[in-house]
Design a protein around this ligand. Sequence first.
Ligand SMILES: NC(=O)c1ccc[n+]([C@@H]2O[C@H](COP(=O)([O-])OP(=O)(O)OC[C@H]3O[C@@H](n4cnc5c(N)ncnc54)[C@H](OP(=O)(O)O)[C@@H]3O)[C@@H](O)[C@H]2O)c1
Length: 336
Amino acid sequence: MTETTVYSFTDGFQLGNGQFSRERRELPTPQAHDLLVQVAATAVNPVDTKLRQTLLGPHAHILGYDGAGVILAKGPQVDDFQVGDQVYYAGTTQRQGSYATAQLIDSRLVAAKPTNLTMTAAAAMPLTTLTAWELLFERMGFPAVKNANAGRRLLIINGAGGVGSIMSQLAHWSGFTVAATASPKHFPWLQQHQVDLPLDYHHDLPTQLTDAGWPQVDAVAILTEPTAYFSLAAAVIAPLGHVGSIVEATNDLPLRLLKAKSASWHWEYMFTKTDYQMELATQGQILARAAHLFTTGELRSNVTTVLAGLSNDNLLTAHRLLETGHTQGKIVLQVI
Ligand SMILES: NC(=O)c1ccc[n+]([C@@H]2O[C@H](COP(=O)([O-])OP(=O)(O)OC[C@H]3O[C@@H](n4cnc5c(N)ncnc54)[C@H](OP(=O)(O)O)[C@@H]3O)[C@@H](O)[C@H]2O)c1
């Protein structure tokens, strides 16, 4: 293999109407900690569609973060992977992405692919797993140990999307009892993903929680724009509890509402570490721990849709589906 087929934007597309164009580039040479990975599958995330909608004008950035594939070559400072290893990873904003047949990736962000998952099932998981793990176990500080949070309750706002569907599983593994919101059509999916109490976000959530005997929770994870849910979170959070979000607020949040309970607010952005070159190896370590949990059956892949082939049509189909804002689990493109 001497070249890679990659996908980048054409110039000057209209907002929400972006197009991908196909280019052929020489394969890059891995330096230092790099791996050159032949991409077998890539997944789409809302960050991809947000960038496609907002990156106007000429540029040659290749989108895509999640990936699973096979190592083709490695840099001189890579000791823990070999050519031919199967890996999965979520990448970084700092490099060209995974809408490609091959890409460079920092080995510290990478882990061995879960042995029991296909490439498509594995590619669905890294970005959302890192986000859910970092919010729950790093930002909020709950122990990432099996059953260590027994007796604690977590409320997830947006339980059926990509992040919610892995957060519920990680929370359950660590001992939480989990409530999560979605439309009723997603309730079976929630229950398959270890949600104990599905809640319909179209109806009054405090009433549903009270009726279920959940007067308060130890943590609230708001996996959608948080403004509309902040007062609810402040009302149901237990004293000394933790509230967090992964989505930028469109308004100032009334943090004063948490003060009487000494409750904490947390932001999680899974690209913070790579944007600021901090604690890079922790992302590979989290993915390695998650891979073990996939292999033992404690976690399952959230892939719901697989599109065969990396093509303009499939990329746009995947983006359009995700942009409905009402998908369940993850959409993946099979590259090879
Ligand atoms: N900070 C980070 O590092 C980070 C990482 C990953 C994702 N994110 C962001 O987090 C958000 C969620 O990501 P995702 O991958 O889970 O998205 P996703 O898979 O697209 O989420 C889809 C789900 O959102 C639910 N939903 C839509 N409107 C809602 C509302 N008003 N209230 C509650 N739920 C609603 C839908 O449920 P219904 O079908 O029932 O409406 C659907 O199941 C996105 O904004 C994404 O950009 C941030």
